[in-house]
Design a protein around this ligand. Structure first.
Ligand SMILES: NC(=O)c1ccc[n+]([C@@H]2O[C@H](COP(=O)([O-])OP(=O)(O)OC[C@H]3O[C@@H](n4cnc5c(N)ncnc54)[C@H](O)[C@@H]3O)[C@@H](O)[C@H]2O)c1
Length: 269
């Protein structure tokens, strides 16, 4: 279904790796709603080739950029400026923890791995916004979004140093969001339900997380398509005064102490 909510809007979408990726669904929905955009991902992700399929489907250019590289980002934003002039939205859908990948527990972090994961998952959001800021590429009433997880506020075993990375990411959204206000641009993070994606699958016990969250949420987990629809609303002109927020998009999980479904499961133990 299309409402034409993003007709005439231009943007950049980071992080579509395969058709499970949240960013992939966001790109599909933005396209349906009339937006034009550039797709970007790390050079290594490009080699997997799947992003070309999405680019074809949505009529988008694909520009490789390591989101931790200021130089790569500058080239990407130069391309965006040449193609579109100014842009209206940016999605940062990027996350990676080397410690999680290598199975290192929170009590045994490798600090070189930690620094790398922090740069990829958190600081890259600052770098992306700085590249946009320096070029003054955002139109007034533009919208910048990053994706996060509730482990920034509460402890979830096995989410490891990503919990700290997400706290830092949310803080960057608030801090930089203040300055973007001068240019009438909003900056928010969406705290999304668990979704089975490549990044999600890297977290030990993700199926347990996923099923527990589904049972704990009065509306059930929000899936990638639900998330894409929420992103569309936040890129649209219907949400112009929402900024510097961490917006929970989780079927009510974040406000539920315990659900009847969970109580029932423990009742007869
Ligand atoms: N899947 C979940 O359960 C879930 C829940 C809440 C939030 N999130 C967040 O959503 C975002 C997207 O994750 P996803 O679940 O769609 O998984 P995904 O693995 O499909 O996406 C992660 C993306 O980050 C990209 N990336 C990694 N290093 C990069 C770098 N150096 N430069 C540029 N891109 C880089 C990957 O190539 C990939 O496209 C992440 O921030 C993730 O933490 C995911």
């Amino acid at each position: 279904m299309s409402y034409g909510l993003l007709k005439g809007k231009k943007g950049i979408i980071f992080g579509a790796l395969n058709d499970q990726s949240i960013a992939w669904k966001v790109a599909e929905r933005c396209h349906e709603e009339g937006a034009e955009f550039i797709l970007s991902n790390a050079p290594i992700a490009m080699r997997m080739g799947e992003i070309d399929e999405l680019a074809k489907k949505t009529g988008s250019d694909v520009i490789a950029a390591d989101a931790t590289s200021v130089e790569d980002l500058d080239k990407l934003f130069a391309h965006a400026e040449e193609k579109f002039g100014k842009i209206d939205f940016i999605l940062h859908s990027i996350g990676m923890s080397v410690n999680i990948r290598k199975g290192k527990s929170y009590t045994d972090l490798n600090y070189d791995f930690l620094e790398k994961g922090w740069d990829v998952s958190s600081v890259s959001f600052h770098k992306v916004m700085k590249a946009a800021w320096d070029r003054d590429i955002m139109n007034e009433w533009g919208s910048i979004l990053a994706l996060t997880y509730i482990a920034a506020q509460r402890v979830f075993p096995n989410y490891g140093d990503m919990a700290d990375n997400k706290s830092y990411l949310e803080s960057i959204a608030r801090s930089f969001g203040y300055y973007w206000g001068d240019r009438k641009v909003r900056v928010n993070t969406i705290s999304q339900s668990p979704v089975m994606t490549k990044a999600g699958a890297g977290v030990k016990g993700i199926s347990g997380f996923f099923n527990f969250a589904d049972d704990m949420s009065p509306l059930g987990n929000a899936d990638a398509l639900d998330c894409a629809n929420y992103c569309v609303s936040l890129f649209s002109d219907l949400t112009r005064k929402v900024t510097m927020q961490n917006l929970f998009h989780d079927g009510g999980f974040s406000k539920t102490g315990v659900s009847q479904k969970i109580v029932d499961k423990f009742e007869d133990l």
